[in-house]
Every structure is written in C-alpha cells, then in structure tokens.
Design a protein around this ligand. Structure first.
Ligand code: SAH
Ligand code: SF4
Ligand code: F3S
Length: 463
C-alpha cells in the first residue's frame, strides 16, 4: 500500500512554500498526501519560532503525536524549519519520539533522511549555513505540490542581513542569499506554461534582492520588470520589502510594469522614532511616511498593509500614541499586529526589566486594533461602486453558494453567480463592488474577462 504523508505548516509564506517543495519531493519519493492524521505514515511539522506561542504550539502537537506513535510505532515524525534550527538537538531531548530533525538550510534532504531513519534510527541534521544545492537546484521548486494551480510562490532570496532587535529570523535563516535572476525568470516562465497567472516573490527583505550578487546595488527593480514581462504572468506580488530599502527605482518599476499589482506590504513596526531606533530599523516614522507618500503618488490606487509590534521593551505611553498617530495617518488597508515576544539570543530579550506589563500591552493592542480596523473600513467602503478585476479562488470558505476572488490590490471579494465559467477557480472576472467590510468586500458580477486556464488537481483524478 502507498505510504501517506501529512505536513503541518506553521509560520510565514517562506515556510508554506518550503512545505510545498517538500510535498513535491515526498510525492516523487512515492508517497501520497493525506489530511487525515490517523492514516498518515509520515507526519512532518514544519515549524516557526518567530514568537513564543509558536514554540508552545509545536510542543503541544508533539505531545499529541506521542500517543499516536505509541499506538503505531512504524509512523515516522519529522520536525523541520525554524524551530528545529533554533532548538537543534534539544528537540529530541524534549520529544524522543521524533525520527528526523532538519533545519532551514537542508529541508529538501527530509525524504532521504526519513528513509535512512527507518533503517538506522533517529537522525538530527542541522547545517550552520545554507546548502548551496538548495539555492541552485530548481528541481524542488518545480516539483512543488501547490495548493492552487493558478498562483505560485517563488523564492527569490533566503535569509536576512538585518538585525532588528526583536527578531530571531537572521539567526535561524542565515545571511541573505539571492537566487540568480535568470533562474527566477526561468521558473516564472515554466510556471506560466503550466497555467500559473499570479506569482508572489518571497524573501525576508525583497528590495535588497541582488545586493550580494552585484556587491553594490540591489536588482529588485530589474527583477520585477523581468518577471512582469513573462508571457502569461498577469499578476506579480512580493513580500516583504523593508522601508529603509524602498528605493525610487523599485517604486518606478511597480508603477510602470503592468503585471505588478498595486499592493505594498510595508512593515512599520512602530510609529515612535525612539522605539524604531531601539529596534534598529534604520528609518524614522517621518521617513516611513515620506516613502509611503512617494509610492502612493507614483502607483495608481495603491493598497498598503503593514506589520506593527506592540509592547516593545521600554515602549512608553507616548511612544505608543505615536504609533497610533502614524497608523492613522498612514491609512492602512489592513495591518498585522503582534504583541512583542522575547526571543532567545535577540538584543530586545536581554533585559526583562524593560519588558512592558502584559495588561498595559493588552490594552494598547486593543486600541491599535480599533485604529487599524477603522482605516480598513474607510478604505473598503470607499471602493463601493468601483469596477474591480478579480482572480476567482472558488467557493467561499464560510458559504459555498458564494464565490470568492481577489482584486489586484489583494482584497477578497465575495459575489454570487451561477455562471459555471465565472465561478471556476482561476477565471478572471469583473465585478462592481457593492459593500465594504473591514476584512473583505462584496460585489456583483459584471462579466468574465478570461476563463480559467487551469484544472484543479483533484478534478484530474479518476472518479
Ligand atoms: N522579514 C519580514 C518580517 C518577518 S517576521 C520583514 O522584515 O518585514 C513577520 C513579522 O513578525 C514582523 O514584521 C514583526 O512585526 C513580527 N515579529 C517579528 N519578531 C517578533 C517578536 N519577537 N515579537 C513580536 N512580533 C515579532
Ligand atoms: Fe527580522 Fe528585521 Fe530581517 Fe525582517 S528585516 S526578518 S524583521 S531581522
Ligand atoms: Fe517563522 Fe521562520 Fe517564517 S521563524 S515567520 S517560519 S522565517
């Protein structure tokens, strides 16, 4: 009988994409995907350690798996990703039922190590630096089992050269390494030939892409233009750019490359200059707002989203009020807000005396939430009456009589239609927006612009 695998992914899009690549390799190894834990022969937990609750979640899952493995000893458990890279050998000390521990630099080795572990017993393989093969071998990316056939992630860079005081990513993902530009374009071309119409370029600091290649200036603007001119790729997105590196030529490329979507995720983190300096972010609130204004002036109808941390060590009420003021002024379309979490080895975690009282933080978090919800609602209500182009994603998760699609700005729109061409995932349609809510829009279908070019993988399976 075919062995089955299940991958649970925690964390960011990098990890999601790593899981897709790993799934492709496991399929190539003869395994079959399942979403039923009880029938999985291989369970992979692809982990995150960005905040403390990510750690706790993993150990919770491992506890549950211990009893499953006691009942089915032949089941194999692999733990991959950022938390493995952070905890290394300590993972198996806490959970000795894990068969394979792999870090962030060698995740594509997982299938081989699983086979080896079945013979030799548990293996922990953590590399201190990226395996060069991971960066140049296109096979895992091309084999990736993607969730949807019309949209794909492309890794353009791994690691991060910044040293934000709160952040553990540089220590678990290593230094910034850019993939060669030609490889990225070739991947986009191949994806397009398989029916992909939307790509999202991934990196921790995408707008410094290529600085390690040229040893001088980044190549991100060139990359946007090159990927944007690939035949068949209609939408290009990217995440995340760093405000300090948002150069005029990047804004220019976004403005002039038709395929590049009018959407920018620009992490603010704080609106206080004192906190931004303590965070080592390399910009002031004023500079952030200036860059944002330049982007909005150049790029028509730009949607802007952000990340903000509340309760950074030493954050005063005045600091926090500046964050509220900057968030209100920036008029974000949406914001991911996080409570500061001390991470081992980071500068901001060194002095517990500077940590903010949890009740104060909870109160600030609520106040910030209100400000960002308000600006999101204003932005979304202002779209009522507009005609938007949607890439159809399929039936809405909550109500399958409703179809959901995404605008070029990246906003979710729900509409009703019984036209089989209009509701087919991957179709491009036009809708008039009829209502704006804080997290989504509603619309009325006008016409189909282009029918779907892809077929869902499941539909290909014989009945
Ligand atoms: N490279 C990306 C961010 C990756 S982490 C960037 O610079 O934009 C995603 C978000 O998690 C960060 O933007 C930050 O807002 C949040 N974050 C990172 N470390 C954190 C910590 N220790 N506590 C709380 N939030 C954190
Ligand atoms: Fe972390 Fe800062 Fe790098 Fe983003 S830019 S991954 S927040 S160190
Ligand atoms: Fe988490 Fe690693 Fe991403 S720590 S946020 S999965 S880079």
């Amino acid at each position: 009988m075919t062995r089955k695998f299940l991958i649970r992914t925690f964390g960011c899009q990098m990890n999601e994409h790593d899981s897709e690549r790993l799934a492709g390799l496991l399929v190539a190894d003869g395994l079959e995907a399942t979403d039923d834990l009880d029938e999985a022969d291989v369970v992979v937990l692809n982990t995150c350690c960005i905040r403390e609750n990510a750690d706790n979640k993993l150990y919770g899952h491992l506890g549950h798996l211990r009893s499953l493995k006691a009942a089915r000893p032949e089941m194999q458990i692999a733990v991959t990703g950022c938390l493995s890279q952070k905890d290394k050998g300590a993972l198996r000390e806490r959970a000795d039922h894990i068969d394979v521990v792999v870090g962030t630099h060698n995740i594509t080795r997982t299938p081989v190590l699983l086979r080896q572990a079945a013979i030799d017993g548990p293996i922990t393989e953590i590399l201190d630096a990226p395996d060069p093969v991971e960066m140049t071998d296109a096979a895992p990316a091309l084999a990736a089992v993607r969730e949807v056939p019309w949209a794909a992630w492309i890794t353009i860079q791994t690691g991060c050269d910044n040293s934000c005081a709160y952040c553990i990513v540089p220590s678990v993902r290593g230094p910034e390494i850019s993939r060669p530009l030609d490889d990225i374009v070739a991947e986009a071309e191949l994806l397009a030939s398989r029916g992909v119409v939307e790509v999202t370029l991934l990196g921790q600091n995408v707008n410094s892409y290529g600085r390690d290649i040229t040893k001088r200036r980044p190549l991100f603007a060139e990359l946007l233009e090159a990927v944007g001119s690939v035949e068949g790729i209609d939408r290009v997105r990217f995440t995340s750019p760093h405000p300090k590196d948002l150069r005029p030529e990047t804004i220019e490329s976004m403005a002039t490359t038709d395929a590049v979507c009018n959407q920018l995720h620009l992490p603010l983190q704080s609106g206080s200059d004192a906190v931004l300096a303590a965070m080592r972010r390399g910009y002031t609130a004023g500079r952030y707002l200036e860059r944002l204004a330049a982007a909005r002036a150049a790029i028509d109808d730009l949607a802007v989203t952000t990340d903000i941390i509340v309760g950074f060590p030493g954050e005063t009420e005045e600091d926090f009020e500046q964050t509220l003021a900057v968030a209100a002024e920036a008029e974000f379309d949406s914001a991911y807000t996080f409570i500061f979490s001390p991470r081992p080895g980071t500068r901001a975690a060194q002095d517990p005396a500077t940590f903010i009282d949890p009740d104060v933080v909870a109160d600030r978090f609520e106040r910030l939430h209100l400000v960002v919800e308000r600006s999101a609602l204003v932005k979304h209500e202002a779209r009522v009456g507009r005609i938007e182009q949607l890439l159809v994603e399929g039936p809405s998760k909550r109500d399958d009589t409703v179809t959901s699609g995404r605008t070029r700005q990246g906003k979710l729109v729900h509409f009703r239609s019984e036209d089989p061409v209009a509701v087919r995932p991957g179709a491009i349609v036009e809708a008039t927006i009829t209502r704006g809510a804080p997290h989504f829009l509603e619309g009325e279908l006008r016409r189909v612009v282009a029918p779907s070019r892809t077929v869902r993988r499941l539909e290909l399976r014989p009945a």
